[in-house]
Design a protein around this ligand. Structure first.
Ligand code: SF4
Length: 348
């Protein structure tokens, strides 16, 4: 029996729901207002947070205790967590009961419409929230007025302190200010205004260290990138990405989502201890098995069994090839338990 050995998780994101007020072109999790209105059940959440707390207690690095960072502690995300504010409050209280460190929330700021909105942040802080990650970028600003983000930033600094407020991404904040952003701005308009200032800044903003070429982006923004034939990625394997201990995700259906690999489930996170202790069986998860062996294996599996054909335009990244194959397979078969949630593939 082949097994995939998982590392003990030391930082995690909880996807409270995939439902969002935005449908951002770069969204890794393909969130949207069109997703089912499904949210994490409190009893599942309690069970999962208690298991995460167990690993955090034993393996959390001492040198980042008390530090807020994207890849530290626990964050509540989505979708848009503020759409279900009471659940968010309760989730924070539970995390704090379990003494989980560095708890923050990620938001697009749709709710920050006036000066009264600061009260929401105060209530979250009172429940135990340590900080916040504000989505400020040219994709969110297509849906949420820039003023909401600036207001949320100002109040967040007042409530949580400057060190406990993060932006995704500081460069985009700089660029949006540079183009004198106001209200909502279409991405094409953002690009046009930025190009008139400096083409170099546009290419900096597409740096894969800032904008990961995976998820919905590979279809909605592919024209901005160079394309390569499938064989370019055949020798790349993903064992590290699938098993890494940092910034894993658990979604509202209890799927253990490795890293940023949306649409892939390693299993039911309510059984996290068994998954970590026993490993993940690969014999009945051929897609996972292929990903561990190399993208070439996944490609051949899809061509031979599901009639997959290489895109004539090519692919911008290995994750583009991986996702395109997975989407093709899901359209023809629902039998793969490692391809979850299925709805993800409909909202790309
Ligand atoms: S190729 Fe697939 S499995 Fe590998 S990192 Fe990208 S999305 Fe994850």
């Amino acid at each position: 029996m082949r097994l995939l050995r998982l590392n003990e998780p030391i930082s995690a994101g909880i996807i409270l729901s995939y439902r969002c007020t935005c449908e951002c072109r770069h969204c890794m999790y393909a969130c949207s207002p069109r997703w089912s209105n499904d949210w994490f059940r409190l009893d599942d959440l309690k069970q999962i947070l208690s298991k995460l707390a167990y690993y955090f207690m034993r393996f959390y690095p001492h040198n980042v205790q008390g530090v807020l960072g994207l890849n530290y502690g626990l964050h509540f995300t989505g979708g848009e967590p503020f759409l279900n504010f009471n659940l968010l409050l309760e989730a924070i209280r539970i995390a704090k009961e379990f003494k989980i460190p560095s708890v923050f929330v990620e938001t697009n700021c749709f709710w920050c419409v006036d000066d009264d909105s600061k009260r929401l942040l105060l209530r979250l802080k009172e429940a135990g929230l340590d900080g916040i990650l504000i989505s400020i970028n040219p994709f969110t600003v297509e849906f949420v007025p820039y003023e909401n983000m600036l207001r949320a930033l100002k109040y967040s600094i007042e409530v949580f302190g400057r060190n406990n407020v993060m932006l995704y991404h500081p460069l985009y904040y700089e660029l949006l200010n540079l183009i004198n952003a106001k209200g909502r701005i279409e991405f094409e308009e953002f690009v046009r205004r930025l190009l008139s200032k400096s083409p170099a800044l546009l290419s900096r903003s597409l740096d894969p260290g800032i904008l990961l070429p995976m998820g919905r982006l590979v279809y909605r923004l592919e024209k901005l990138y160079e394309h390569y034939p499938a064989r370019q990625f055949f020798n790349e394997a993903c064992t590290y990405e699938l098993t890494r201990p940092w910034h894993i995700h658990i979604d509202c259906y209890c799927n253990y989502v490795p890293g940023y690999c949306a649409g892939i489930s390693l299993g039911d996170a309510r059984r996290l201890n068994e998954m970590v202790e026993n490993g993940i069986e690969l014999d009945d998860r051929p897609i996972l098995q292929a990903l561990c062996m190399g993208l070439g294996h996944l490609y051949r599996f899809a061509v031979e069994n599901y009639g997959y054909r290489e895109r004539r335009d090519g692919y911008i990244s290995k994750c583009h090839l991986c996702l395109d194959i997975r989407r093709h397979i899901v359209e023809r078969s629902k039998e793969f338990k490692e391809l979850q949630p299925l709805e993800f593939y409909r909202h790309l």
